[in-house]
Design a protein around this ligand. Structure first.
Ligand code: C2E
Ligand code: MG
Ligand code: MG
Length: 813
């Protein structure tokens, strides 16, 4: 808040601990000194008592001397010449009584003094001497007094002399006692003084120790603490500066989660001034309804539990604007663990989120066309499948489309053109599906068009009912997509094949549904392209069968289950019979000896082999087996051996690089001349693309012969025949079979033969089954014939027998 720092806002005064130690040690020192003072006072008082006692005793002891002297003087008077008066007797008696009374007092005082300060032996001894001397004196005085009282004057001198004899010892004893008492008192005084000095010294020592052991370390600790506090204060003020100046918003709240301080960045980002927000809860103030409920709950729970929490959340600021923040909430606790408040640091991350959003979008869309990608399709499909499961009756459909001959566009016009075409396709699909389109009237419902890759596009139609609705959309798409595309000034023709899966056939995962749609799309292609086919489970079964065949084929290749049969190709004599020396060559035809299915013809596995990428291996095995056999026949049949070996090539083989070197190697390996081998490609294939053409030319350069197989079934016309690098044209058996009955076929065959001969090509009529057909072909000047009329395809040894039989008698002569 204005004028306060974040440190003041939340932290109380810094904790101090040395003060406790100082207080404790000072109180102890005070207690010790007070005890010492009390003791000194008490002891002083006692000493004063004893000293006063001493003075009194000494004074009474002194008066004893006086009384003794008085008694001596009275005795001297009584023993003298002059008469003794009553006054003398009274004086003597008084001295005696007072001496007695004082002596008792001295003894009582001494007794008390001994109890206070202990008796000194010298004093005791002097006391005893004095007591004995005074007793004797007192006795003599009593005797003298009795004589005086009795008036026995004669005895007076003797009695007085006796008193006088006792006076001196008594005086000496009294003096000695007085001296001893004085000496004892002085000794006691000296002791008292020493004791006083000792007390002072002990107090001083204690104070010294206190200074050394408590005050100094405490002072040091305090100094250290002060320095540490100063450092902390420095650091805190630096941190406070950071908190104030950072671009992150910093919010300090108290334990009740009410805002107590915010920094400038907070005001900059939210528009709220510190005064506006003080006392409010940040979570309430900045709450946005658009937050993910789970994230918001997690953050709230953590704060409620006073635990640290971090989350990316939307914050709604003054004026309603929303932006993304990365909020890091940390509880602040005192040393004793008590919650003091929270510090929230939060880093406008809108830009980062926008970037993430862009990346997320990029990850879910196809860069080329801008359409959603496979991931989105799978998401949508998964959702539709789940929805359909929960709501029986809910319908959806998947349209899987692939473009026919798109590859040719890429190969002939380049990839740039291909890309352009894909973009145009994407736009057309989008336009066709746009809400309001008359035909794609699933308008208001969810539709997703996506590109899976290559020329494969998918449309997910959510909410369509039944195959008919889906087919209507597909038909519309087919019509729109079949319109010519204007690419780089050229009109390019293409068509799509669409496979459809409807909700009732959508079993399994989204991937499974896509796969089924793909299967249906292949069916559409197989059925003649440019059409749509709705998936049914039989397709799947067919697919499964295909997969089985594929697996079996792999084994067949490993276990050498493939073998080759050979069908003779004969020169036709003008009358249609094989010309003399008839055998022109043989065509190698592959067979599969399947362990359970018996002998399988090529039509049942060549297609699968092509799709599975096994055709190269099959082609190679066939070529090697046939060439080896061809070489063996040279040994066994000599001059009668076939002069030409025809081997079929499939489309995929022609598209694989390295075919020509492989062919050359096989020829060399078997000692064959290149012109002894004829490679047959189907007519529909030869014209297909540049790659195939290049491959054909390469084979041609090798010197092998090329034949155009099944001529008449494909697209290429007679006019194009000259463009193909082939030596032989094989007229398809569907024409030959009807040549006798259908004029059109006969004319076509005739024209083919004529054009081929003009171009210097050899012609072969396939599938001659009757002598009539043979005769007709011969009449049309067809060079060679092949068919059941002459021979079915034969095993190698059967062919040898066939050759021998021919030498004896031509088969159908
Ligand atoms: P294709 O090259 O046109 O071979 C001639 C086919 O016509 C052979 O069928 C042959 O048995 C059959 N045929 C011959 N004369 C007659 C006849 O008088 N009447 C009838 N109805 N049919 C006759 P096959 O052996 O079943 O081969 C079918 C096709 O499979 C071949 O047609 C060829 O395209 C392909 N094929 C055969 N072997 C191979 C191979 O090793 N590699 C490749 N890529 N394809 C092969
Ligand atoms: Mg052939
Ligand atoms: Mg053929």
């Amino acid at each position: 808040m204005p004028g306060t720092s974040p440190v003041d806002a939340v932290h109380p005064a810094a904790q101090q601990r040395p003060h406790r130690r100082v207080r404790r040690s000072m109180y102890s020192a005070f207690a010790v000194i007070a005890a010492l003072a009390v003791f000194q006072a008490w002891h002083g008082h006692r000493f004063e008592q004893v000293r006063a006692g001493d003075a009194e005793i000494i004074s009474y002891a002194g008066t004893q001397r006086t009384f003794t002297q008085q008694m001596g003087r009275m005795a001297a008077l009584a023993g003298g010449e002059q008469p003794v008066t009553l006054v003398h007797a009274e004086l003597l008696g008084e001295a005696l009584d007072r001496s007695r009374a004082d002596a008792l007092l001295v003894e009582a005082l001494l007794d008390a003094q001994f109890k206070l300060s202990g008796g000194q032996p010298e004093v005791q001894a002097a006391l005893q001497v004095w007591q004995a001397a005074r007793e004797r004196l007192w006795y003599r005085c009593e005797v003298l007094l009795r004589h005086l009282d009795d008036g026995r004057l004669d005895d007076l001198p003797v009695a007085a002399a006796a008193v006088q004899r006792e006076v001196d010892p008594a005086l000496v004893a009294a003096s000695t006692l007085t001296e001893r008492l004085q000496a004892a008192a002085s000794a006691r005084s000296a002791r008292q003084l020493r004791l006083l000095e000792g007390g002072v010294a002990a107090t001083l020592m204690l104070l010294g120790l206190l200074a050394l052991l408590v005050v100094e370390p405490t002072a040091r600790a305090v100094r250290l603490q002060v320095r540490r506090l100063a450092d902390q204060a420095d650091e805190l003020s630096r941190l406070a500066l950071v908190a104030e100046r950072t671009d992150n918003m910093v919010i300090l709240s108290n334990a009740e989660r009410e805002i107590v301080w915010v920094n400038d960045a907070f005001t900059r980002l939210t528009g709220y001034t510190p005064d506006e927000v003080r006392g409010q809860r940040a979570a309430t103030l900045l709450r946005s309804e658009n937050n993910d409920a789970e994230t918001a709950r997690r953050l709230r729970d953590a704060v409620e539990a006073c635990e640290p929490a971090r989350a990316e959340v939307l914050a709604r600021v003054k004026g309603g604007r929303e932006f993304w923040i990365d909020a890091d909430v940390q509880p602040l606790r005192a040393d004793d663990g008590e919650l003091r408040g929270f510090v929230t640091v939060a880093a406008d991350i809108s830009e980062r989120r926008a970037l993430q959003e862009q990346l997320r979008h990029a990850a879910r869309s196809d860069a080329l066309t801008g359409l959603p990608n496979r991931a989105v399709v799978l998401d949508r499909l998964q959702r539709a499948i789940a929805h359909a499961r929960r709501h029986p009756g809910y319908g959806f459909a998947v349209l899987f489309m692939d473009f026919d001959r798109f590859k040719q566009v890429n190969d002939t016009l380049g990839h740039g053109a291909g890309d352009e075409m894909l973009r145009q396709i994407a736009r057309r699909i989008e336009d066709t599906l746009r809400p309001g389109d008359a035909v794609a009237r699933v308008s208001s419902r969810l539709q997703t068009a996506a590109r899976l890759g290559g020329d494969e596009f998918v449309v997910v139609l959510e909410g369509v009912h039944g195959a008919d609705e889906a087919r209507a959309v597909a038909e519309r798409l087919l019509a729109v997509l079949a319109q010519p595309y204007a690419i780089r000034g050229q009109a390019v023709q293409s068509s799509a094949s669409i496979g459809i899966v409807t909700a009732d056939h959508a079993v399994g995962s989204a991937d499974d549904v896509l796969r089924d749609a793909d299967t249906a799309m292949y069916e559409a292609k197989r059925a003649g392209r440019g059409r749509c086919v709705v998936f049914d489970s039989s397709m799947h079964e067919r697919l499964v069968r295909t997969l089985e065949v594929e697996n079996d084929l792999r084994r067949a290749l490993r276990e050498q289950e493939l073998f080759v049969v050979y069908q003779p190709v004969v020169d036709l004599a003008p009358d249609g019979t094989p010309a003399r020396g008839g055998l022109a060559g043989v065509e190698a035809l592959v067979r599969w000896h399947h362990p359970t299915r018996g002998v399988v013809p090529p039509a049942q596995f060549i297609g699968v082999a092509e799709e599975a990428g096994l055709i190269d291996a099959i082609g190679q095995q066939v070529l090697e087996m046939a060439c080896a056999q061809f070489a063996r026949w040279r040994q066994t049949l000599g001059a009668q051996a076939p002069r030409l070996l025809a081997v079929n090539l499939s489309r995929a083989q022609l598209q694989t690089p390295g075919l020509a070197p492989e062919v050359r190697w096989v020829l060399e390996h078997n000692g064959m001349q290149p012109h002894e081998l004829q490679l047959e490609v189907t007519e529909s294939l030869a014209a297909q693309d540049d790659r195939v053409q290049a491959s054909l030319r390469e084979l041609k350069r090798l010197g092998v012969r090329l034949a155009l197989d099944d001529f008449g079934t494909g697209y290429s016309s007679l006019a194009c025949l000259h463009q193909l690098p082939v030596d032989t044209v094989k007229i398809d058996r569907s024409f030959v079979g009807h040549a006798e009955t259908l004029e059109y076929h006969r004319v076509l065959i005739e024209a083919t033969i004529r054009v081929a001969q003009t171009l210097g090509m050899t012609t072969v009529a396939e599938g001659i089954e009757t002598a009539g057909q043979a005769a007709l072909m011969a009449a049309l000047h067809c060079d060679r014939g092949q068919g059941y009329l002459f021979s079915r395809p034969l095993a190698a040894e059967d062919l040898e027998r066939w050759v021998h039989a021919q030498a004896v008698e031509p088969a159908h002569a």
